[in-house]
Write a protein that binds this ligand. Structure first.
Ligand code: DAT
Ligand code: MG
Length: 140
């Protein structure tokens, strides 16, 4: 299995409840290494650009509000099969459907405030990493 990189966000609902460390523990325990990380406040423009693929969806306004409601922690994760592995440890988008032990099952408040983002494929992973990080900020 190839070593991959993926992009992750610890969302405002989680930073607000001081869950950053618990979430990182879940990621690291799943075999993912944090090779870049910073805590930022996402601007409205960044949130709209990052989630542009969803701009026609009925929840887009709520999504942008949620992502700009407080600080986020953006990360690059590296590991074997990192993209799928991260999606697995995150759990389903709706915490009601998330498997036991996943981040969203344990921590998410709702489908909108679901604690984490993770890239869904190799192309989005590359784009999303480049959206928030320069190469020199990534220490593999
Ligand atoms: P995921 O974050 O699991 O990749 P997605 O890409 O379909 O899910 O949606 C992006 C985010 O948008 C999701 O994490 C939370 C929000 N969202 C998705 N569906 C929603 C809904 N029906 N109501 C409110 N927010 C929603
Ligand atoms: Mg998605």
């Amino acid at each position: 299995m190839a070593i991959e990189r993926t992009f992750s966000i610890i969302k405002p609902d989680a930073t607000e409840r001081n869950l950053t460390g618990k979430i990182i523990d879940k990621l690291e325990s799943a075999g993912l290494r944090v090779i870049a990380q910073k805590r930022i406040r996402m601007t409205r423009e960044q949130a709209e650009g990052f989630y542009a693929v969803h701009k026609e969806r009925p929840f887009f306004g709520e999504l942008v509000e949620t992502m700009t409601a407080g600080p986020v922690v953006v990360q690059v994760l590296e590991g074997e099969n990192a993209i799928a592995r991260n999606r697995e440890v995150m759990g389903a988008t709706n915490p009601k459907d998330a498997a036991p032990g996943t981040i969203r099952k344990e921590f998410a408040r709702s489908i909108g405030e679901n604690s984490v983002h993770g890239s869904d494929g190799p192309d989005t992973a590359r784009q999303e990493i480049a959206f928030f990080f320069t190469e020199d900020e990534i220490v593999g």
